[in-house]
Every structure is written in C-alpha cells, then in structure tokens.
Design a protein. Sequence first.
Length: 209
Amino acid sequence: MKILIIGATRGIGKALCEEALADGHQVRVLARDPAKMTMQHDNLEVVQGDVRSDQSVREAARDQEVVCSCIGVPITFSPVDLFSVAAATLIGVVQESVGQKLIVVTGIGAGDSKGHGGFLYDKLFKPLFLKTIYEDKDREEELIMASGLDWLIVRPAGLTNGPRSGTYRVYTDLAGVTSKRISRRDVADFILKETVEPAHFGNAVLLTY
Ligand SMILES: NC(=O)c1ccc[n+]([C@@H]2O[C@H](COP(=O)([O-])OP(=O)(O)OC[C@H]3O[C@@H](n4cnc5c(N)ncnc54)[C@H](OP(=O)(O)O)[C@@H]3O)[C@@H](O)[C@H]2O)c1
C-alpha cells in the first residue's frame, strides 16, 4: 500500500513508518523538518511541509491510498487548534481523491472515550495537563466523523515504547471499559492491519492491552 504519514519524526508516526516499511509498504512522510527523519529506506520518501498548510498536505497526499495523521503537541495550558485545523485540511484533501482512506490518531479521553482512562487520568492528569489538547481533539473527531469520508479514528491508551506484539484489545463499545496501556508499535500494528484488511472504518476505536 502507499501510505502518507503525517507526524513521523517521533512517537507513533515514527513507529508506524518503521513497521510499515518492514511490512513492505511504500511510505511517504510529511515532516516540518525532514532532517529529523534519520531513517533511510528505498520505499521511504520524505517531503517537507506542515499539516497546517493546505498545499503541503495536498501535494503529499497525491497518489496515496491511505493518509494517516499521527500529529501531537507538547503539554500546554494555552488553547490548541492544531488538531481541528489539520482535520479540516485533511478532509478537504482526502475528499478530492476517490477511494483514499483517512486514519487519524486522537487518544483515550477524546469524544465518548472520556471517562474511560482510569481515575488518575480522568480526574487529575487529563483535566490538569491535557484540557486544551483534548478540547481540540474533540473538535477534530467531530469533524472527521461528520466528513462522509472513509475514516478511522484510533484512540490509543497511555503510550509506551514497548515492542510490536500484535496482541491488544480493540473497543468500539466502551461500556465497563477502563483503558490500560498500549505500545506505539502496537498502535502501528493496528493501523497497518486496517490498511490491508479494513475492519473498523467508520468507527472510533480504543486500543489497549
Ligand atoms: N502520550 C500518551 O500516552 C498518549 C496517549 C494517547 C494518545 N496520544 C496522542 O498520540 C499522538 C502521538 O503521540 P506521540 O507521543 O507518539 O508523538 P508526538 O511526540 O506527539 O509526535 C508528534 C508528531 O507530530 C508532528 N507535528 C506536530 N505539529 C506538526 C505540524 N504542524 N505539521 C506536521 N507535523 C507536525 C511532530 O513533528 P515535529 O518534529 O515537526 O515536531 C511529531 O512528529 C498525539 O496526538 C498524542 O496526543 C498520546
């Protein structure tokens, strides 16, 4: 598959890039600073751009079968708009390409996964440190869900840098569920399985061990 990854200089996007290449996919990465992309591979193309730029996203998404956003921001107490601005841009771009799929990573606590992160996360960490980030992730999810596209929202539990195990739970019905942890490589594993054999498109899924 031809996969565009936005946000692959570190974190989930980097893990996804490495695992996608290992699985034999053709990967294009959109990076603000391509010098941060230290990996090299015959099937990897790195293009410079910012997800806030309509033109960079449009050019990067050309000829791609899947567009996957793994963007993130550092903890902040200021208002955040990156996720909703990116969602609007991505929707506009993906709408123009017949058959292109859109995968967006948000996180535990976005949308109706609020209240499923465990006591410390739900009552302390998220309201204290992630309030403005998740306010914008909520807006991002609403835009994606209303887009009419072939979309998949991936909400990982608390992230680790553990290995790709391929063994984790995928929840769409969150009744009685409290998330635990998930490795970035297993988030990548799920995304790659969905690109090859879509089973959860049109849903927001919680990934957790
Ligand atoms: N930490 C957790 O436990 C947890 C749990 C659930 C969900 N999440 C979410 O999962 C996502 C990934 O988190 P992560 O910790 O793996 O990665 P991360 O460190 O948040 O990486 C963010 C990536 O987004 C890129 N990016 C930021 N702004 C950009 C822009 N304007 N244009 C293009 N790229 C941009 C960064 O590139 P640059 O090098 O250019 O900055 C970087 O590659 C985040 O949305 C995070 O909120 C995190």
